[in-house]
Write a protein that binds this ligand. Structure first.
Ligand code: GRG
Length: 264
């Protein structure tokens, strides 16, 4: 569990939890109360990466610049490390109450986490992605996969932070729209970066129409349209953020800009 948690990564989801908490108000106090939830979402994310890398799923040898969990500890232990992180995440969320977070906010966070990380959320998106390997045919199908596999955990992160910060239901609704758009933009940018990285490795020009196992936005609509879509989705995300009328939205805005322009 610690091997994969400490392997690095951008820590995007915990940063979203903390930034959403501080954006709503009483920044310092909110950040402190939100810390256990920030840790919990990284545990969930790390479990999903460990399981995604298993031979039965993506069968990857490297993650976060290091050998994948099953390459070091074997498949059985990697499955258990993922299971342990998933379960411990719920324990971590409940720690927010002992720090002083309102119990009703924490209860809503537990419920959101079970839904958005579970079968109606990330797990469902991953299942649709695995089925799609036999042939994703439409943009609607691809959007469904991305919205659940990727956006739902970002939605959870932003909502959880905002709940701890004391957000109103109107603010939560606007923040949900923000995170859904942000997640889609993030995933499409990820697909673009994968193609650019693959081309660099092969020393060839970037091609979005190459035959590949996974259907992506660049594959379906081309590289240029995908890049335009990332910009449009980011603008829409920022518009939703403005509608949330937060006290200090600056960090969330900076994250949206960073994700659009990142090169790794
Ligand atoms: C196994 C239930 C289950 C779910 C797996 C997260 C996931 C779902 C699969 C990983 C593969 C993938 C490309 C998912 C899309 C989301 C995504 C871009 C994950 C990588 O997140 P980053 O870039 O990773 O935030 P770091 O390492 O920076 O934390």
């Amino acid at each position: 569990m610690m091997y994969s948690l400490e392997a690095g990564g951008k820590r995007l989801r915990p940063i979203l939890v903390l930034s959403a908490a501080e954006a709503v108000g009483r920044a310092e106090q909110a950040r402190k109360l939100a810390m256990p939830v920030a840790c919990a979402v990284e545990m969930i994310h790390t479990y999903s990466l460990i399981h995604d890398d298993l031979p039965a799923m993506d069968d990857d040898d490297f993650r976060r610049g290091k050998p994948t969990n099953h390459k070091i500890y074997g498949e059985a232990m990697a499955i258990l490390a993922g299971d342990g992180l998933l379960t411990h995440a719920f324990f971590a969320v409940t720690r927010a109450v002992s720090l002083g977070a309102p119990p009703e906010a924490v209860l809503a966070i537990v419920s959101d986490l079970a839904r958005l990380a579970g079968a109606p959320g990330m797990v469902g998106g991953q299942a649709a992605d695995m089925q799609g390997e036999q042939g994703v045919t439409s943009l609607e199908e691809l959007e469904y996969i991305h919205l659940h596999k990727t956006s739902d955990l970002l939605v959870f992160s932003v909502l959880a932070g905002a709940r701890i910060g004391g957000a109103s239901s109107e603010q939560l609704e606007a923040l949900q729209r923000f995170a859904r758009k942000l997640g889609l933009a993030f995933q499409i940018q990820d697909d673009i970066l994968d193609l650019v990285g693959d081309a660099a490795k092969l020393g060839k020009p970037v091609q979005s129409d190459v035959e590949e196992r996974k259907v992506t936005y660049p594959y379906l609509i081309g590289m240029e349209e995908s890049q335009k879509l990332v910009v449009r989705l980011t603008q829409e995300a920022k518009q939703a953020l403005a509608e949330a009328k937060l006290e200090t939205p600056d960090t969330l805005l900076a994250i949206a800009d960073y994700l659009m322009s990142r090169d790794h």
